[in-house]
Design a binder for this molecule. Structure first.
Ligand code: 6PG
Length: 270
């Protein structure tokens, strides 16, 4: 099975991705009455979220039937400008006003990331309308749509190269290994740590939570991502080396939306 890649001109990118999200959400609500959406952090998705929050798309979406969950979070206060929850609030929830669904997010006021991850997992499992798939003795959530970005180092969500939890997973072909079985989110660290100005402590949904979803969209823009995108979609690095390659374990359900500068080094695109 081939990797699904949609290459879009930069000026059309946000609209094309927003329209795909609208289509997926409306199909899910039509089929199941509700749609759970895991939102990506970082900077790329903000302009897409803004498009969803204003006419014409704002009127195309069944907001009261949508369940929004953050795919990962930096361990910072909500008002911090590095908070993904703050980015979602500023680009989507605040413009939606009274239409805004509740956002299931990490409580970073708790005493430690490990405590935050446990509390977040409990909160996600309480969100109504998310299907639970029981397999190999674990109850994994099946989200309707997961949005992800890809870092220039090949990370996705807050699953970074060299993450010990991924090393265990790299030796199997499934989305779960003993260390991660049944886990929806984990406390992890950025490999560079605070020394390089990034937020070291993170909370991330697990590979199984992210890639068990019915649909997964990667949002990748800019020539700065071109080299890594080629390595991820055309190379064969292990998932603990390039965590975005976890997509290969959910091939048919993943679509890469990339703009033409990010796709510039790909050898085989439509
Ligand atoms: C985060 C994101 C992260 C992001 C990539 C791409 O918390 O930063 O979850 O995985 O999606 O780093 O980020 P940009 O969209 O800013 O390039």
């Amino acid at each position: 099975m081939q990797t699904n890649i949609e290459v879009v001109e930069p000026k059309l990118y946000d609209a094309v991705v927003a329209d795909e999200i609208c289509a997926i959400v409306n199909e899910a609500v039509s089929d199941r009455g509700v749609c759970s959406v895991v939102l990506a952090g970082g900077s790329t998705p903000g302009s897409v979220y803004r498009l969803l929050s204003r006419p014409p798309r704002v009127d195309d979406l069944p907001w009261s039937k949508m369940r929004l969950i953050l795919g990962d979070e930096r361990w910072v206060p909500l008002e911090d400008n590095q908070s993904n929850a703050r980015m979602v609030h500023d680009t989507l929830l605040a413009p939606l006003g009274g239409k805004a669904p509740e956002l299931c997010r990490v409580d970073t006021s708790l005493k430690a990331p490990q405590v935050g991850a446990q509390a977040y997992e409990q909160a996600i499992r309480k969100v109504e309308g998310i299907e639970v798939k029981r397999s190999d003795g674990s109850d994994m959530l099946v989200f309707d749509l997961v949005l992800l970005g890809m870092g220039e180092d090949g990370h996705t969500a807050s699953l970074f190269p060299g993450e010990p939890l991924l090393s265990a997973l790299a030796s199997v072909q499934a989305l779960e290994c003993e260390e991660l079985r049944g886990r929806v989110c984990v406390a992890v660290s950025h490999p560079e740590g605070a020394s390089s100005g990034v937020v070291a402590e993170r909370i991330s949904l697990t590979p199984a939570a992210l890639f068990s979803a019915r649909r997964v969209l990667f949002l990748v823009r800019g020539e700065g991502k071109a080299e890594m995108l080629k390595l991820v979609v055309e190379g064969d690095a292990a998932i603990d080396v390039l965590p975005s390659r976890l997509y290969t374990r959910a091939l048919g359900r993943v679509t890469w939306f990339v703009d033409s500068p990010a796709a510039a080094m790909l050898s085989s695109v439509r």
